[in-house]
Design a protein around this ligand. Structure first.
Ligand code: GDP
Ligand code: IMO
Ligand code: MG
Length: 424
């Protein structure tokens, strides 16, 4: 079956961009299916860094078709800037990029509402990326959203924008004491975006299904991670889309019967950005060591990422809900200097031991991790090019992960560069 879904198995930033870039070599189509420019996917090629937010991470290879599916929420300004920046760096972006006419558009009132809601929540905030992602998906589900197809039809767009601004301005003024937006200004701005994005807009459901009919290799690029999925994550500390493998079908119009396999990308430890429970989170000393060595600062917002030990409960949960048969372990090199390394294999809560991931958020906030401790390898692995050359204790760590998770490890990543990867 020529299709593969790649998803994040933790709280995002697992290194999906790097792995998608590598897997793109053997793919024909690379398709984003959910999220928006809250994503930041990094690819490093010979020391040169690219951070993709909306454009699929396959764009850096010649001759590949990249698709932004209907499930993605598109900030047209961010898309235009991203395309222009890629072009300035010599990357071709023209007939190799398609954007779904069914994708919903993000408007400035979405960012404003995102920011104001977070502010109003105070301590209970989610810690969003403030890109308007949640409010845009709220409008989609609330049936008032504006899709790219609507923008392409001037008459329809005027009506929809007017309706939306009427409602949004009332909310902004009455609930938040904010100024609101002028119709004319926003309308004009979006008409200029229309001209700039028109050439990419297409019926991407037809395009991707046709590619599959022709036996082409299609790679679905997940954004965020399983624990940020609105159904399977640490709700309400999640994003507003289905970042799990099922989202690939809804977000593109490809049937589940056409999905071949699902690959999970997981870090050799755990990170999360924003608020919410994180049972294996480090205390200060280890936090600083791992954050600095792993350069754990958000690719989208620059915020420091919270870091912790590998949590097998959350990854087992990911394996289950995504149907993962193979994982890629990234950032193993970040653990190079540590004497002892821990894997969380259970949670203790109110005197009981739990071995499966709980939906109860209070329990996740209070759970005490139960660890298995392994010896570190205390050697630099970043230049290693074959699995056999890995230090004995690094192999032992990987084997323990594979056994505890009951899953095959397909690749191990030992540095940010495209070349720093081992195939197992
Ligand atoms: P994504 O959102 O899942 O694509 O991940 P991000 O790009 O947000 O974050 C991953 C970060 O780790 C980026 O800075 C990558 O360049 C970097 N990275 C990816 N794989 C490795 C690795 O194996 N080792 C190290 N040290 N860095 C890596
Ligand atoms: P990639 O694709 C890590 C987090 C935010 C916040 C929560 C909700 O690079 O892995 P949102 O703006 O989506 O409403 O924020 O989700 N978040 C991410 N964390 N990586 C991401 O994307 C993320 N996208 C959103 O920090 O906790
Ligand atoms: Mg990221």
């Amino acid at each position: 079956m020529p299709s593969t879904v790649v998803i994040g198995g933790q709280w995002g930033d697992e290194g999906k961009g790097k792995i998608i870039d590598i897997l793109s070599r053997k793919s024909d189509y690379i398709v984003r299916y959910q999220g928006g420019n809250n994503a930041g996917h990094t690819v490093v090629i010979g020391g040169e860094q690219f951070i993709l937010h909306l454009v699929p991470s396959g764009i850096l290879h010649k001759g590949k078709v990249c698709v932004i599916g209907n499930g993605v929420v598109v900030n047209p300004e961010a898309l235009i800037v991203e395309i222009e920046n890629l072009k300035k760096r010599g990357i071709k972006v023209s007939s190799n990029l398609f954007v779904s006419e069914g994708a919903h558009l993000i408007f400035p009132y979405h960012w404003t509402i995102d920011q104001l809601r977070e502010k109003a929540k105070g301590k209970g905030k989610i810690g969003t990326t403030k890109r308007g992602i949640g409010p845009c998906y709220i409008d989609k589900v609330g049936r008032s959203g504006i899709r790219i197809a609507d923008l392409m039809d001037d008459k329809l767009f005027r009506v929809k924008l007017k309706d939306n601004l009427n409602e949004k301005n009332r909310i902004l003024r009455k609930a938040y004491g904010s100024k609101g937006y002028s119709f004319e200004q926003m309308y004009k701005k979006y008409c200029t975006y229309r001209q700039k994005i028109r050439k990419y807009v297409a019926n991407t459901t037809l395009i991707v299904n046709k590619a599959l009919d022709e036996g082409k290799q299609v790679l679905f690029e997940g954004a965020q991670g399983t624990l940020l999925d609105v159904d399977f994550g640490t709700y309400p500390y999640v994003t507003s889309s289905n970042s799990t493998a099922g989202g690939a079908c809804i977000g593109t119009g490809v049937s589940p019967a056409r999905i071949g396999k699902v690959i999970g990308v997981v870090k050799a430890y755990t990170t999360r950005v924003g608020e919410g429970p994180f049972p294996t989170e480090f205390s200060d000393r280890l936090m600083n060591i791992v954050r600095n060595k792993g350069k754990e600062f958000g690719a989208t917002t620059g915020r420091p990422r919270r870091c912790g030990w590998f949590d097998a409960l959350i990854v087992r949960h990911s394996i289950l809900v995504n149907g993962i048969k193979e994982i890629v372990v990234t950032k193993l090199d970040v653990l190079d200097d540590l004497k002892r390394i821990k894997i969380c294999t259970g949670y203790r809560y109110r005197g009981k031991v739990h071995r499966t991931f709980p939906a109860n958020i209070e329990m996740l906030f209070r759970a005490k991790p139960i660890y298995e401790e392994l010896p570190g390898w205390e050697r630099d692995t970043s230049g290693i090019t074959s699995y056999n050359r890995l230090p004995k204790n690094a192999k032992h760590y990987l084997k323990r992960l594979s056994t505890i998770l009951d899953v095959k490890i397909k690749m191990v990543s030992l540095g940010a560069d495209r070349k720093q990867v081992l195939n197992l």
